[in-house]
Design a protein around this ligand. Structure first.
Ligand code: SIN
Length: 490
């Protein structure tokens, strides 16, 4: 039976064996406190999950600390065998996992399916990569000495993940940590804990020893984060979320000088030059702006158009945005689902209203889908520096349009932000491509390309967009310490 948002929690669980198992497990544990998880498409209850406390988090840290030496003591190959099993189980249950993800997050079920299988590629990648955590032999000026560098797991990791990618953001952190020999205590977003609980269930089935991968669900993120950042047994914090919270976690982690991976906010520019392939740029902008209802940190936040192509680009962009089907994520024709909750929608609305009050023009109508947590794709032209939307990570389906005359002006506008996560541009000129790619201040550049994420490539930002990289061969280093060994008397 396929799921629909009209079902009751009991019907939902009956139709999805993975959700059934999660709910049975929660009920068997008889948690003293729970909190409700709602479907953003209709605000209906999906399930109640344990509302765990600071004490439960400490207990999880104790179990992770106990498990860590033995886990690190396995060979990379043995750790990787278990990681591979986890990967295979996720792939086997991808349909159930995707349905749970759409239920709690709202994105179209096909997009949710892609997230689940994309998330699994990180496990597959790091299962292999851990076998190549090479050290070094450093040449010496003393014949009797050998100088070695080895790499060792940083220890117990505290991870905090967001609601916009409830599955992919977890595997992206857990896979390198576990492959490196770290254990991990993970706090998923209180909006989307069910995908995390499903991954925990499959991790147990894959054979991770007790304490190696634990999920703590709580509707009090500050309490859990307080334990994770304050406990000296946690050696590293990995966080994806806002720059504001990232800075708080940085401050809290200072006392125990923890390693940090922070994947924070963005304000990505998407520049279309006068020599661009306009149809390709329009298709790229639609995907870069409206994927997940604009709720991604690499979203095109500002669209910068050369004055000479602005008319053609906007005509095509508006037509493509208007053709998008905004509906329940389980509707097979859905291109864009709801926003995560009413607060997110209100914040987006306030940005639109501020821009319009200061002179921006609303170029799409789409009012009919402006109900519940849904917003239609919205395009605002004539946006200026004075409007809040220019300086804010929108996290909603709104595309602000800016105009420029010269390449220099475009680069200056693009870099005029404290963020530096992603940047996109479309051009056919080779010399310009090289110049602009080098000048844009961002950790990731999409040149005639909007799909920039993959397990094999480094994801992360510069400036106030964060520290560290996820994915790629660099991603493993974020979970490894370097140790130098000088051996004398040889
Ligand atoms: C995000 O972190 O919001 C984007 C993730 C991705 O595109 O891989």
């Amino acid at each position: 039976m396929s799921l629909t948002t009209e079902m009751t929690p009991a019907d939902l669980a009956g139709a999805n064996p993975m959700l059934r198992k999660i709910i049975d497990r929660i009920e068997a544990r008889k948690p003293s406190k729970t909190f409700a998880v709602h479907n953003p498409a209709n605000d209906a209850l999906i399930a109640d999950v344990p509302d765990e406390s600071a004490a439960a988090t400490e207990k999880a840290v104790t179990a992770a600390t106990r498990a860590q030496p033995e886990w690190a003591g396995l060979t990379a190959k043995d750790r990787c065998t278990i990681l591979r099993r986890w990967h295979d189980l996720i792939m086997t249950h991808a349909d159930d996992l995707a349905a749970i993800l759409t239920l709690e997050q709202g994105k179209p079920v096909a997009e949710a399916h892609r997230e689940v299988t994309f998330g699994a590629t990180y496990i597959e990648w790091f299962a292999e990569e851990a076998k190549r955590a090479y050290g070094d032999v450093i040449p010496t000026s003393e014949a009797s000495r050998l100088q070695l560098v080895i790499k060792q797991p940083v220890g117990v990791v505290g991870a905090i993940t967001p609601w916009n990618f409830p599955s992919g953001m977890i595997t992206r952190k857990a896979a390198p940590a576990l492959a490196a020999g770290c254990t991990i205590v993970l706090k998923p977003s209180e909006e989307t804990p069910l995908s995390a609980l499903a991954l925990e269930l499959l991790a147990e089935e894959a054979g991770f020893p007790e304490g190696v991968f634990q999920v703590v669900t709580s509707k009090d993120p500050a309490a859990v984060a307080g334990v994770l950042t304050g406990d000296p047994r946690i050696r590293k914090i990995s966080f994806t979320g806002s720059t504001r919270v990232g800075k708080l976690l940085m401050g809290q982690s200072a006392e125990t000088v923890k390693r940090l991976s922070l994947e924070l906010g963005g304000n990505a520019p998407l520049i279309v030059f006068d020599d661009a392939d306009i149809d390709a740029a329009v298709a790229g902008a639609i995907a870069a702006k409206f994927r997940n209802a604009g709720q991604t940190c690499v979203c095109a936040n500002r669209i910068l158009l050369h004055a000479s192509i602005k008319g053609e680009f906007l005509d095509k962009f508006i037509a493509a945005a208007k053709a998008m089907n905004v509906s329940d994520g389980f509707d097979p024709a859905c291109d864009m689902g709801p926003m995560i909750n009413s607060a997110a929608k209100q914040k987006t609305r306030a940005l639109i209203e501020d821009a319009i009050a200061k002179g921006a023009e609303l170029s799409t109508s789409g009012k009919e889908m402006d109900k519940g947590n849904f917003l239609p794709p919205i395009i605002l032209s004539g946006v200026t520096n004075q409007m809040d939307i220019t300086h804010t990570e929108i996290f909603g389906p709104v595309a602000p349009i800016f105009t420029f005359e010269t390449e220099e002006e475009a680069v200056k506008l693009a870099n005029d932000t404290p963020y530096g996560l992603a940047a996109y541009f479309w051009t056919r000129g080779m010399a310009r491509a090289r110049r602009v790619a080098e000048q844009l201040e961002a950790g990731m550049i999409g040149l005639n390309e909007n799909a920039i994420s993959s397990a094999a490539t480094p994801f992360g930002g510069i400036k106030e967009s964060g520290l560290g990289r996820e994915g790629s061969r660099y991603g493993l280093d974020d979970y490894l310490d370097i140790k130098y060994i000088a051996i004398g008397g040889l």
